[in-house]
Structure formats: C-alpha cells, structure tokens
Design a protein around this ligand. Structure first.
Ligand code: ARG
Length: 559
C-alpha cells in the first residue's frame, strides 16, 4: 500500500513540476491512515512555503485520484494526511493476497550464509541457538525473495580443542593402535573439559596439546585417524540438535577445509606483495585513516608457522569465491567477533581476493534473569540440549492437558517458544531468557501467535464468495490496513537482515486479529458480512503462516 501511495504522490509531484521521490508512512494520528511529510524538504529545494506545496498536492490528489481516498487534507504547517477509501483498501488487499510472495519484491543474488559454526568436540551451548535460528531465518527470508542462498555451517573443527581431546585419548588408551580405539559422545563430553582444565593448571600439558594441534593442522596422518573419529561422533550429535531446530546446511564444511587452499593463498599474497613480516609473523595491515579505534594488523601466520582463525577465514573466502562466486557472504556470529571480521573483511578487500559484499551480523548474548550469561537449572554454562529440555518440561507442566500432547506438536511448540523468544529482539541486543514468560500462551510469545492462528483457523469456513467493497468498523479497517503492510515488512526484514521486524509485525498483527475476533462476533453472522470476514481471516492466517515459516516456526495441529 505504501508503495502504491508513493507512486501516486510521485506522479502528482511530477505533474506539478517537482522532481522528487517521496515517502509515505503509516500515521499515528487518530483517524488518519497515512501521512507524507515531504513538503518540508520540497520547500527547501524549491523555496516555497511547505503549506502551499502540500495544498497543491492535495488539490491534485482530489482532482485526479478521487476514488482512492476518503479524505486528503493538509495540517499546519504542511503535513499531508491521507485517509484511503474502503474500495482502495479492498482492491489492494485482493491484489496482494493473490500475488506470489505476498507482494515482496523479487531478488536474484547468490548469497552465502555462514551460521551455526559450532566447535567440534565441545557441546553446543546457548549461543549456538542464536546463530542457528537467526541464520536459518535470514536464509529462509532471502530464499523466499528469490535469491539463491548457500548455507555453510563452517565447523570449528581444527582448533585448540582438537589437540586437547587427542591428548586425552592418547593418555587414556596408551597401548592401543589409533585405528582400534573406540570412543563415544559421553567420552568426548567428559574429555574436553577435563583436558582443557588440565591445560590451565599445567603448562607442559598445554604445550603438548598445542604441539598436537599444530601437527594436526599440518596434516599428520596418525592424528588425523583420531581426529576423524572425534569429528564423526561430534557432528552426528550436532546434526541431531540442529535437525530438531529445523536448521539445515547445504555444506558441512569446516575450518579444516580451508587448509587445502592455504598453499595457493599464501603464494598469491607473496606474489602480490600483500603481506608484511612482523617479528617473524606474516601480517596484513588493515588500519585506515578514518578509524576511531585501533585496528591491529591481521595476522595470518605465526612465527612458528602456525595458521590462525583469520587465515582460515581468508582461505574460506578464497574457496567460496572459487566454488560459488557469490554476490555476498553473510556471517552470523557472536558480536564479540566483530574485530576479527573487521580485520578479515578488510584484508580480503585489500588483497583483492574477493570483491563482493561481506556482511557481519553480530548477535548479543542470551542472559538469565540475573542479567548474566544464561545458565540452566543444573548450573554451569548452559548446554543447548539442556535448555531445549527445560523449555519442553516447562510447557508440559503449564496445563494438565499438555501432558497428553502428541510429540510432534510438542516439538513444534518448543521450537516456537525458543525461536520467537529470540527472534523478537533486534539481533544485536542481549536479551534475558525467561523460560516461564516465553512459554506462556499470553504475551509476546511463540505460543500466543500459534494460538491466534489455530483459534482463527477453527472459525474459517470453506465457503467461497468474494470480498465486497465494504469495511464494517474501525477494528476491521485496522486489520485490513495491517495486512497490507506485509510486503514491506518482508522487504525491510530482508534488506536489514533483521528477523525481528517480521517477529514484531507478527505479534502486532496477532493482537489486532484477536481484537477483531473478539469485537466482531464472527460466529453468528450471515450473508455478505460473513463472507467478507471469512476472507479477511483467511488472509490473516495466510500471512501468519507464511511469516512463521520464514522464522522457522511450524504450526501444530492443536495446542
Ligand atoms: N566456530 C566459531 C566459534 O564458535 C564460529 C565460526 C563463525 N564463522 C566463521 N566463518 N568464522 O566462535
């Protein structure tokens, strides 16, 4: 609707001799649907009083576009207030709801999304919930708009923890051939914390583990045997949890896959003279004159020859460019990695290994009610699996009938609780995870949206008929206007890479739809009004369902 109004206004402006792309926004003023405040900007450009310009525009609107408006007026000192006609609302609504993609604009970029990023051999924690569900939502939305998306989990599969676990295995099975050693998930879950603890106490162990890691990175075939066993067990477990969350990847590459490209990459850097030696280490300077904070050089190889996190990210960019030639790569990781990505992005641009767009979506932390990083009831850093189980338990205990719920529905609701809790916040912000609050059916929660959908779905009849020109009351009008926002909500979410825009719209829409349902006694009605309300509620549920799916939330059969 905004878009249509803008087109009309632009046409009017042009006919009046103003060359300007105007903006129309929803108005907060009671009884006004939309407003345009650009007369002030035009006044500056054309040296004319804003009120006069606004008046000219309004006169033209009345003259040439009468059918579209119930009322257009100017309020001092130059705001244009618009009340659209019922028939314009209804025509636009029918058009929008039958359009593909709910009227969202179509894009056709190739975009790599880097999310998930768990570290092999360590259990998934609450932070991984954020990268996984934010990443998947952005992926769904960009794909919905027609882009070709490529998701890559980018496992942390060759870092310090691998040397530590291998060290543990070697000491636990001293007399066994590596091929014959058998370990399982339980073993991994115990061994990583045990050895990483030991490294903190004992400098020799720490050195030994670092040595193993380095050899592993250099391709030591013996260590690779154990490494492969660790990866297989851990990745199976990671898959299980991400499957539960309906989070999927086209590629399960890891940092280790970038190592294959280090040879070419280093040669390229050397021939192009991109690197500088600094105390035996190879670095790329990435400081810029306009920096307000110090951006240290990007270290790509330590003096002992070891590679670093930045090297693996540059190697991965090199690989992605080669394999997919994307227009853009989007990284969804903890905001605390912001400096790392600033360095990597700059190094990549400066060395010309990739000239597409590089986007960092850094998310905030999940805190407990005490505003400290979230812990589960059992204490300790929250394992993602424990959090999922706690949410499930909380929901089951909420009402007696929840105990008999079928498992598939229950899992959908647990997903809705977790995802809506997270995605309603601007991803850059920290938020407090309050299991009880987020599981409630009332309030700004996943269950509330699901419940709204299911309740309305029960009212819908299969009767056909078409929408009349009528709008029956203010609540009805509010719902129709809200539905008309959907295309711009999707476009805005995609443009900003901010799923909370959709989540907040879904909540607002649900509040309005519930109000509509309560104020208009839909059940007892007959005739055209029944048909009209049935169609509007169908539209409402189409929008809710489509947007929930984009957020990775699926609707249960009942709840
Ligand atoms: N494994 C990293 C971590 O847990 C996240 C990886 C993010 N992606 C990347 N390309 N660096 O911190």
């Amino acid at each position: 609707m905004n878009g249509k109004l803008e087109n009309i206004l632009n046409e009017v402006l042009k006919s009046l001799g103003y060359d300007y792309e105007t903006k129309v926004v929803r108005s907060n003023i009671e009884g006004v649907d939309f407003q345009c405040d650009d007369a002030f900007k035009l006044a500056k450009i054309y040296h004319k009083a804003p009120f006069l310009i606004a008046e000219e525009v309004v006169d033209k609107l009345k003259e040439n576009f009468n059918g579209y408006f119930k009322e257009v007026s100017v309020s001092k000192p130059g705001f244009i207030n618009i009340v659209v006609s019922d028939s314009f609302i209804n025509k636009s609504l029918i058009e929008l709801m039958t359009k593909e993609k709910l009227g969202a604009s179509i894009e056709d970029k190739t975009i790599v999304l880097d999310y998930g990023g768990p570290n092999v051999a360590k259990p998934l924690h609450v932070g991984h919930l954020r990268t996984a569900i934010i990443g998947q939502a952005i992926n769904n939305i960009l794909k919905f708009k027609g882009n070709k998306t490529i998701s890559d989990i980018h496992l942390g599969d060759i870092g310090a923890q691998m040397g530590q676990v291998i060290y543990g295995i070697i000491h636990d099975f001293p007399n066994k051939k590596y091929e014959d050693i058998e370990i399982d998930l339980d073993y991994l879950n115990k061994t990583y914390p045990k050895i990483s603890g030991l490294c903190k106490e004992n400098e020799d162990v720490k050195k030994e583990c670092a040595k193993i890691t380095k050899k592993l990175q250099e391709g030591d075939l013996n260590y690779r045997i154990l490494w492969k066993k660790i990866c297989d067990i851990s990745i199976t477990d990671i898959k299980k949890i991400f499957d539960y969350l309906d989070v999927h990847f086209d590629y399960w590459y890891g940092e280790s896959d970038a190592y294959k490209y280090f040879g070419e990459l280093m040669e390229y850097f050397d021939t192009k003279k991109c690197v500088r030696m600094d105390n035996g280490a190879k670095v790329i300077d990435v400081k810029e004159d306009t920096d307000k904070i110090d951006i240290p050089p990007c270290i790509i190889q330590k003096s002992d020859g070891a590679y670093l996190y930045a090297t693996s990210d540059l190697g991965t960019i090199w690989q992605r460019k080669k394999d997919f030639n994307p227009d853009e790569i989007i990284y969804i990781t903890d905001a605390r990695q912001s400096m790392h990505f600033t360095q990597v992005f700059r190094a990549s641009k400066k060395t010309n290994i990739y000239n597409g767009k590089l986007t960092f979506c850094g998310y905030g932390t999940v805190n407990g009610k005490d505003n400290k990083p979230f812990k589960t009831r059992s204490g300790g850093a929250a394992k993602l699996e424990d959090l999922i189980n706690e949410v499930k338990e909380e929901f089951i205990n909420l009402r007696p009938e929840n105990k008999n719920m079928d498992n598939e529905d229950l899992d959908k609701i647990v997903n809705a609780i977790l995802k809506f809790a997270d995605l309603q916040n601007d991803l850059t912000r920290n938020y407090i995870f309050d299991i009880k609050k987020f599981s409630e059916v009332n309030g700004k929660t996943g269950p509330y949206i699901l419940y709204t959908y299911l309740r309305i779905n029960k009212l819908l009849s299969l009767d056909g008929g078409s929408l009349s020109e009528n709008i029956y009351n203010e609540v009805d009008r509010t719902l129709r206007l809200k539905l008309l926002e959907v295309s711009s909500v999707i476009d805005e979410t995609a443009k900003e890479r901010r799923p909370h825009i959709i989540a907040n719209y879904l909540y607002d829409l649900s509040v309005i739809a519930n109000n509509f349902y309560q104020c208009n006694h839909v059940v007892g009605l007959e005739g055209q009004i029944k048909t009209d309300y049935n169609i509007i509620l169908k539209y409402n549920n189409l929008v809710i369902k489509t947007l929930l799916e984009l957020l990775g939330i699926h609707i249960p059969k009942t709840m």
